[in-house]
Ligand binder design. Structure first.
Ligand code: SF4
Length: 435
């Protein structure tokens, strides 16, 4: 892309500025929906089906994003305690509890007012999604829709389009999408328009191709964005604006920014010392500080499993065939959501794939108390990775919502010791794990 006519001071950092603005506007539009007494579809990041819902012009809410925003804005504990007061266990997913309190508060959120649901659409990517949606079903009597996406059946065996087993699964997903379309017609009172669906899918294609390119560009040395902090802003836009012209433009501009940074050697750190991969869900209660503990030691996150699974598998850059939208939507969902599940449940395989391309020095595993889906098995993943590759790794525990189990001092001690180990290896002339 031509960047010769653009002022670099406008270009560098534009993605973060514009992304933050888009999110503020997004919450403000949701507040308008709530104020008018209208409702929105509640969806989740792994298989949001935004393409179908947007083709019915439905406002869409992502409860996971609402919840994590309460932690970033340092009020999550108030919401968690309110949900625990009405009987929700301290051990369950913190996102669910923050949402329950939000519903009990009539949608009151630090960024606006969240409308009540008209329906909920979710996949089986996380079992919590299903129980969570049942809460809204009980509270509001709304229809809830589970899209059952067949996962990988056997380690290392990925079925592909054209193969009999894949095609059977694709037909199964397609029949469910047709049921969802009928449900959307009933909820909205509107007739399904296949050309509108095609248009939202065309925009998703643009976002997917840009998302894949973005991740690819961070192989540059120095790395041009931080997968943990900047990446979370990009991820929010990729989910919230999937299937929209705003999403397409944002990501085309973002790729332009990152290509410029890569071409001009503009790194996210002025002195990048250690390239790291992050595994798990971020520590939102001390989001900026958590990252600073790494960057102060010259470490930066070049990629993360979060950017893979929480984008619903968009990292694979799947392109819908617009000549046969419903069949292709089914294929894309199967391909991408299955990949997202693999990125959560088989993190070792994904990290191994990333490690080959990103010239990494270490891996940070971050299991969290209240997301068993992502955290279970991380200790085994770490052991397997170290045995096979020798890549140094750090295993630190905290939470994505609950500040009561986040100890900054303890985290810092462990992180400092990790960097001392990396430095000592470097002094001996050892980098990465040699794969
Ligand atoms: S993946 Fe984890 S954080 Fe997300 S809904 Fe499931 S249990 Fe909660």
């Amino acid at each position: 892309m031509d960047t010769t006519t653009i002022d670099p001071t406008d270009l560098v950092g534009r993605g973060n500025r514009v992304g933050a603005d888009m999110f503020r506007n997004w919450f403000s539009e949701l507040s308008d929906v709530a104020e008018r007494g209208e409702r929105s579809a509640y969806v989740f990041v792994m298989g949001s089906l935004n393409e179908v819902l947007k083709s019915f012009d439905m406002p869409v809410t992502f409860p996971e994003i609402n919840s994590l925003q309460t932690a970033i804005r340092r009020v999550a504990h108030e919401y968690l305690e309110e949900a625990e007061d009405v009987g929700y266990s301290p051990d369950i997913c913190g996102y669910v509890k923050a949402d329950v309190a939000l519903q009990l508060r009539g949608g009151q959120h630090p960024m606006g007012t969240i409308p009540k649901p008209s329906m909920a659409v979710f996949t089986n990517a996380c079992n919590t999604y299903i129980k969570w949606a049942e809460i809204w079903e009980r509270m509001y009597g709304i229809p809830i829709f589970t899209l059952d996406v067949p996962g990988t059946r056997q380690a290392g065996v990925v079925t592909l389009p054209g193969e009999k087993r894949f095609e059977n699964d694709r037909r199964y997903v397609e029949s469910q999408i047709r049921e969802l379309i009928t449900l959307c017609e009933e909820v909205t009172g509107k007739k399904f328009d296949i050309d509108k669906l095609r248009e939202t899918m065309r925009h998703t294609n643009e976002v997917s191709i840009s998302w894949e390119r973005l991740l690819e560009l961070n192989k540059s040395t120095p790395s041009i964005f931080n997968a943990l902090t900047d990446g979370t802003v990009y991820l929010g836009v990729a989910n919230g604006f999937r299937g929209t012209p705003e999403g397409t433009k944002y990501f085309q501009d973002l790729v332009q920014e990152m290509e410029y940074k890569a071409a001009n050697g503009i790194g996210t750190l002025t002195d990048e010392q250690y390239r790291l991969i992050f595994v798990g869900v971020p520590c939102y209660p001390i989001f900026r500080r958590f990252n600073e503990i790494f960057t102060e030691a010259g470490g930066t996150f070049v990629n993360s499993t979060y950017l893979w699974f929480a984008s619903g598998g968009t990292n694979r850059g799947y392109q819908y065939d617009l000549s046969d939208p419903i069949a292709s939507l089914a294929e894309g969902l199967l391909f991408s959501v299955r990949d997202a599940m693999d990125s959560m449940f088989h993190q070792y395989a994904m990290v191994r794939e990333m490690a080959q391309d990103y010239a990494i020095d270490g891996v940070v595993f971050h299991p969290i108390k209240s997301c068993r889906t992502v955290s279970t098995g991380l200790a085994d993943s770490r052991r397997a990775l170290m045995e096979e590759t020798g890549i140094p790794s750090l295993f630190i525990e905290s939470d994505m919502m609950d500040r009561r189990v986040v100890s900054e001092a303890q985290l810092k001690n462990r992180i400092d010791a990790f960097f001392e180990g990396l430095e000592s290896r470097r002094n001996k002339g050892i980098r990465g794990g040699g794969i």
